[in-house]
Design a protein around this ligand. Structure first.
Ligand code: SAM
Length: 377
């Protein structure tokens, strides 16, 4: 199989991080767009991006793009693509997608046309009128925006934020891809100490540990394309080995999690174990009111509770005030707090040294970063 085009959708605001990371992984022709990153490569790039990307939500093969004003355009555009190079005679190929601001606006109708066009092509190539679809899953995804159709084939299966360590989660856990981005923006390094005083299920601490030790986030899970006959299993084995060899076992990284809820503390410890980083993470019950910056240096990274209802919002703001008092400016210390509350800095008591707009799902947030120390301190 020659060079393939890929798309890696990601959370809004993470496109740059996602693109830089793919370039660091030696992936070619990487371009960031709104909400996704495009790149090129072979099956090794496919496997590497799935295994190693901390910020991509999934990896898709971008099979083709063409104008589609009618069902005929759609049928012909899809039928022209070389499906037989990726989908075997018995494989299954369900179709899903979206239509936005286009003449073709009925998703079910487009699904049917695309299915028919792929089935026709495969039937002709394999010399059969009956495709049993009992084999490995090849999820086809389409996107028709302003009459331009993109046809994609998903290679990941479950979203890449599902690393395999968080079967159990506390209420309101942060998405793993966003937690990884917070660790990157907070400059977590192999020698860092990270503290999350609202650790919940431990996502921020675990993602920080994976990053600090250069552990590929996908090492403990499998991917759709791992079951495709078109992708040699030797490719996956080589990429898994490459990722294993890249782990930095000498990293001095350590992390501490605190939470007022004993169940959350247990979850953090359980999840750290599942992620294979339990040797680096300690956790205990502690109220934020008892927090003190008593070590030499640390990066505090957290998503404190945020209430939707008025009463909860008041309680959340009380915590922001406590944080402002407890998160003292101190050499070697930095604080990164994600919040959707526009009045966060007022309540916290200091303007952030830096802010970064991020999206927690559909909720617009800011990562408020504090790292400057007063000259006289
Ligand atoms: C939004 S959740 C954090 C989720 C976490 N980042 C995760 O991925 O699972 C907020 C956490 O703050 C904890 N919490 C609430 N009030 C607290 C307090 N006063 N001190 C410490 N933790 C508190 C809650 O128990 C909850 O686990």
């Amino acid at each position: 199989m020659g060079k393939l085009q890929f798309a890696a959708p990601c959370l809004m605001g993470l496109e740059g991080l996602c693109a830089d990371e793919l370039k660091r992984l030696d992936i070619q022709n990487v371009r960031a767009e709104n909400g996704r990153v495009l790149f090129e490569g072979d099956f090794s790039a496919l496997a590497r991006a799935n295994l190693c990307s901390r910020y991509a939500e999934r990896i898709q093969i971008l099979l083709g793009e063409f104008p589609a004003y009618s069902f005929e355009d759609l049928f012909q555009g899809v039928n022209r693509l070389p499906w037989e190079e990726l989908i075997g005679k018995t494989d299954s190929f369900p179709v899903k997608g979206h239509c936005v601001s286009s003449k073709l606006s009925s998703v079910p109708d487009c699904q049917k046309i695309i299915k028919k066009a792929v089935a026709k092509r495969l039937g002709t190539k394999y010399g059969t009128s009956w495709l049993e679809e009992t084999g490995s899953l090849h999820q086809i995804q389409f996107l028709i925006i302003k009459d331009r159709c993109s046809i994609l084939l998903d290679t990941s299966g479950q979203g890449l934020h599902k690393r395999g360590y968080r079967a159990n989660s506390a209420a309101a856990p942060i998405k793993e891809t966003l937690a990884a981005a917070m660790a990157e923006l907070s400059r977590v390094r192999p020698f860092s100490t990270v503290i999350d005083p609202f650790c919940g299920s431990g996502t921020i601490l675990i993602e920080s540990a994976l990053k600090a030790m250069n552990i590929a986030p996908g090492l403990r899970r499998s991917f759709s394309a791992e079951r495709w006959s078109a992708v040699p299993s030797s490719v996956w084995a080589a990429e898994r080995e490459r990722a294993m060899d890249s782990i930095d076992h000498s990293a001095e990284f350590q992390a501490f999690g605190y939470d007022i809820d004993p169940e959350a503390v247990n979850l953090t410890l359980e999840n750290a174990k599942k992620a294979g980083v339990d040797g680096r993470i300690r956790a205990e019950v502690r109220d934020i009111r008892d927090f003190s910056a008593d070590q030499e240096r640390a990066a505090v990274i957290c998503n404190p509770p945020y209430g939707e209802r008025l009463l909860d919002m008041q309680q959340a703001r009380e915590l922001y005030k406590v944080m402002g008092e407890r998160f003292t400016q101190k050499r070697g210390w930095s604080y990164s707090i994600i919040s959707p509350d526009d009045s966060f800095e007022d309540t916290f008591g200091r303007p952030a040294d830096k802010r970064r707009k991020l999206y927690n799902g559909m909720i617009k947030c800011q990562l408020y970063m504090y790292f400057r120390v007063n000259k006289e301190m």
